[in-house]
Ligand binder design. Structure first.
Ligand code: UD1
Ligand code: CA
Length: 456
């Protein structure tokens, strides 16, 4: 079965009160339209057409990596008019699936169930039973329960408005039939629009049966019209992801205070995640990893047994087995920590390798550096890697001990088991096994008097 999916995304989204087109607003850091696209991509033999609006170039440009045909609808004259824009791209034998760029949580399983209801003599329609159907088109059925038409809220009689079964707008039908009905749509209705919903009545007149189905949850078919609805669907989406993680054996201190804005490709067992943790991009998290509160993790590889204490910001780096990070630590891109490394509070590591068992426990900046095994870097150590124009590497070999408040002016090498005296500014290579220090000699002046205030 060849499918043509038409995603309607031409609406302006006025109620978002935004410069950004509505479908580019994000759930879990991914544009609404991309959620719909990613879901429909999972259908086999599917050609995706996206109807975008006048001025919607930004949508097309932002999502230019989509394998889809972009079709402009210059004026928004209604949902029927929107689908008409792709009529000439629909093959007669295709099954056409209509989706919406602002309905982001629709599930593949729901769409598959819908598609299973399409045949030469049926139209598949997704409906939703609502406590409050205000604003929705109502599904009108005859005395034997068969759908006869859809009436829009603004065209409905008081009697029709009592119907609680609403139209989601999502439907699927054979291409030749849809094209025929689309060519006959009129706009004599309360809104003066070409309603896609009018094809239902035409289908029934042509002896095509309307088969309805429903999504497992209402959230799947909810659209985003304003920022309240956006935040509502964000929380639903996050809770779903949290549930998936918990099913896989992750402990979440509070699933309502957890955000996954990306994926965890490799997930170990018995991971514990405290409150307010945000995980972004593509990540791998090993077994028995503990992640403390208020930590931001992005594109990280975190190996087994790592403990991350609260308030860390970790990005594009690797943390080896058994290491302990934080609290208040920052890993900038390309920090590669081997096993059992300790990174403490107010330490920033950038583009550096840190060997097994090495410790950088307090108030330090280590950038463009190779740190060997069992190195101890004291509080307040700075690698001065940048002269204002170029960056240089620092090499600290195995077993070295860097005293507190030391500046290492790169390029510089600290030899194996070397000791650097506290408070040193190191500008030249320091030999192995020796104590190197650069420090003015301490002196005391006997009989020295403190200045006293002059009398006026
Ligand atoms: C539509 C349905 C209604 C259904 C409701 C569900 C019609 C006539 N009505 O109503 O039965 O209950 O959705 O939310 O279909 N769009 C375009 N081009 C246009 C008009 C709309 O691309 O010219 C897109 C919008 O961006 C939006 C979607 O189609 O994503 C629905 O449009 P909207 O105006 O929100 O439809 P409703 O009037 O709410
Ligand atoms: Ca409308």
């Amino acid at each position: 079965m060849t499918i043509t999916t038409v995603i309607l995304a031409a609406g302006k989204g006025t109620r978002m009160r935004s410069e950004l087109p509505k479908v580019l607003h994000k759930i879990a850091n991914k544009p609404l339209l991309e959620h719909v696209y990613d879901m429909s991509r999972q259908l086999d033999d599917n050609h995706i057409k996206i109807v975008y609006g006048h001025g919607g170039e930004l949508v097309k440009d932002t999502l230019s990596h989509f394998e889809a045909n972009w079709v402009e609808q210059e004026q928004q004259l209604g949902t029927g008019h929107a689908v008409q824009q792709v009529s000439d791209q629909i093959a007669d034998g295709d099954t056409v699936l209509i989706l919406y760029g602002d309905v982001p949580l629709l599930k593949l399983s729901t769409v598959q169930a819908l598609l299973a209801n399409v045949s030469e003599d049926t139209l598949a329609l997704l409906t939703v039973n609502l406590q409050n159907p205000t604003g929705y088109g109502r599904i009108i059925r005859n005395t034997v329960g068969q759908v006869t038409r859809i009436v829009e809220e603004k065209d409905a009689t008081p009697q029709e408005k009592l119907v609680s079964e609403g139209n989601t707008g999502i439907l699927a039908v054979k291409g030749d039939k849809l094209k025929n009905w689309l060519s006959r749509l009129g706009n004599s209705n309360a809104q003066g629009e070409y309603y896609l919903t009018d094809v239902i009545e035409m289908a029934v007149a042509d002896g095509i049966k309307v088969v309805t189905s429903q999504a497992a949850t209402e959230a799947e078919v909810l659209g985003v019209n304003n920022r309240m609805q956006l935040s509502y669907l964000e929380r639903i989406y996050q809770l779903e992801q949290a549930n998936v993680l918990m099913e896989q054996g992750v402990t979440l201190a509070d699933p309502a205070r957890f955000d996954l804005r990306g994926s965890i490709e490799k997930l170990g067992q018995d991971i514990e995640i405290d409150v307010n943790v945000i995980i972004e991009g593509n990540n791998s998290i090993g077994s028995k990893v503990k992640i403390g509160a208020n930590t931001h993790i992005k594109n990280m590889v975190i190996e087994d047994g790592v403990e991350i204490l609260p308030n860390c910001v970790l990005e594009n780096s690797t943390i080896g087995r058994g290491s302990r990070i934080g609290p208040f630590a920052r890993l900038r891109p390309e920090a590669v920590l081997a096993e059992n490394v300790h990174i403490g509070n107010f330490v920033e590591i950038k583009k550096s390798i840190v060997g097994n068992g090495s410790k950088i426990n307090h108030l330090s900046y280590v950038g463009d550096t190779t740190v060997g095994n069992k190195v101890n870097i004291g509080a307040g150590t700075i690698t001065c890697n940048y002269d204002g124009a170029n960056k240089f590497r620092t090499i600290i070999e195995d077993g070295a001990f860097i005293g507190s408040n030391t500046q290492l002016i790169a390029p510089v090498t600290i030899g194996k088991n070397a000791t650097i005296g506290a408070g040193s500014t190191i500008t030249r290579d320091s030999p192995e096994n020796q104590l190197t220090l650069s420090r003015t000699k301490q002196m005391s002046i006997a009989g020295w008097q403190r200045p006293v205030k002059k009398e006026k």
